[in-house]
Write a protein that binds this ligand. Structure first.
Ligand SMILES: [Cu+2]
Length: 238
């Protein structure tokens, strides 16, 4: 085909080459090609459009899985809404488990997709943390406290659905305040935000994570701090 660019592999002796000009992935049998057998081309599939890089699952390892391939296409030519002078580029997921390849999904991509790696979910399952490991210095639930030393105020605060403890902190104008905020949630994805009005503070704290928020107390008044991460049904109370 025209414009061969990149080649990737399955676990059955086949190679898959991207054809930039033909806008195709071509599947070919390596043994047959070496022997000069003219029937070495196994299959072709159209991709949209002008594929550059392509990668089959596990193809960088000695045990490719031979089930999926991604086609990283340079041009989308009207597949997606025109969002500006630069159009989204396109990726297509190809099922290569059978004799015939099948494009099963297409989705826009940031320019310009240059490589891809498939990682089996079994490999990731043990590596992906559910929550942060609690730091030894983290504030524990029920042990929140405010420590004053002259103009320095350290607030050891926790947050959990649906409150911050302490709920009120009194400081004086010009105090150097550090909020040591620990999200004591033990479930994954229960992130909370912490914003302090008129002090330019708005952060996110993931489950188990501790963040230190420094600020100088502003003009006397009442300043709300509240959760800015839509965490659960009572988020608006937080
Ligand atoms: Cu929250």
């Amino acid at each position: 085909g025209l414009g061969p660019l990149h080649t990737t592999f399955d676990n059955r002796g086949n190679a898959y080459t991207s054809l930039f000009i033909d806008s195709q992935i071509v599947k070919w049998n390596i043994d047959k090609a070496i022997k000069g057998d003219p029937s070495y081309i196994v299959d072709r599939v159209d991709v949209h459009y002008n594929v550059g890089h392509t990668k089959a699952a596990g193809a960088d390892t000695s045990y490719p899985s031979g089930d999926w391939l991604i086609s990283l296409n340079k041009l989308s030519k009207g597949m997606y809404l025109p969002v500006g002078p630069a159009m989204p580029e396109s990726q297509e997921l190809v099922d290569i488990s059978g004799d015939k390849m099948k494009v099963v999904a297409a989705f826009p991509s940031l320019p310009e997709p240059h490589d891809a790696v498939f990682i089996s979910r079994q490999v990731l399952a043990e590596k992906v943390a559910q929550t942060y490991e609690i730091e030894p210095t983290a504030t524990k639930l029920g042990q929140e406290k405010i420590v004053r030393d002259g103009k320095k105020v350290d607030v050891y605060m926790t947050c959990i659905r649906s409150k911050f403890v302490p709920e009120q902190v009194e400081v004086h104008e010009g105090d150097e305040v550090n909020i040591h905020l620990t999200n004591v949630e033990t479930v994954r994805d229960m992130t909370h935000g912490f914003a302090l009005a008129d002090h330019g503070i708005n952060i996110a704290v993931d489950p188990g994570q501790t963040q230190v928020v420094p600020f100088i107390a502003g003009k006397p008044g009442t300043y709300w701090y509240y959760c800015t991460w839509f965490c659960h049904a009572l988020h608006l109370e937080m």
